[in-house]
Design a protein around this ligand. Structure first.
Ligand code: C5P
Length: 193
């Protein structure tokens, strides 16, 4: 359904695009795509299958074969990987780091393109990611680039994690997010722009 309108919201981690895109989708009654979840799922599924993140061709096969179901809920989607609830697992910092490593691989990105475009259905789609407006939905009716200071994004992520009872130092988080920003921006395949 290429005719359904798309609102693309791209930006770095911790900028608030997840919260905003989900609320917007709820308000409009549109579908929602959390594209980062697919990269996180690929990293988690690779770990479960014992596939090292250094082997791009094998990781791409994992991405292509993801058996995933998103069950919409008020607080966000429940994410089922081969029937197993991995909603919490994919939100960990480890999954986020793994995601940004596999996201550099062109074969992995290619394996996830059709799966992302399949979310475009009437009445419309709000898509959250890094390359929604540049690569996946270049004809989006509205393209938003949402960002904030690294320090502010790290503070926000820290608060989110603390609320979930996950204890991580702000300094470590800052370092990790800076590293991830660098990988997302410097990569040649669909860099954050
Ligand atoms: O947005 P989120 O933090 O869940 O994304 C995790 C990682 O997945 C990002 O750091 C980025 O490397 C990658 N990603 C991407 N393209 C997207 C969405 C996420 O490369 N459209």
């Amino acid at each position: 359904m290429a005719d359904a309108p798309v609102i693309a919201i791209d930006g770095p981690g911790g900028s608030g695009k997840g919260t905003i895109s989900r609320r917007l989708a709820l308000d409009l009654g549109w579908h929602w795509l959390d594209s980062g979840a697919l990269y996180r799922l690929t990293a988690v599924a690779a770990a479960i299958g014992g596939v090292p993140l250094t082997r791009a061709a094998d990781v791409a096969r994992v991405a292509a074969g993801l058996d995933v179901r998103f069950v919409p809920g008020a607080g966000g989607d429940q994410v089922l990987l081969a029937g197993r609830d991995v909603s919490a697992e994919i939100r960990s910092e480890e999954a986020g780091s793994g995601a940004s490593i596999v996201a550099v691989m062109p074969a992995v990105r290619a394996a996830l393109v059709d799966r992302q475009r399949a979310f475009r259905r009437p009445p419309g789609l709000v898509a959250d990611g890094r390359d929604m407006g540049t690569v996946i939905f270049p004809d989006a009716s509205l393209k938003v680039f949402l960002t904030a200071d690294l320090a502010e994004r790290a503070r926000r992520r820290h608060k989110q994690l603390s609320e979930k009872g996950i204890d991580v130092s702000l300094a470590a988080l800052l370092r990790d997010m800076a590293e991830r920003d660098e990988r997302d921006t410097a990569r040649s395949a669909a860099p954050l722009r």
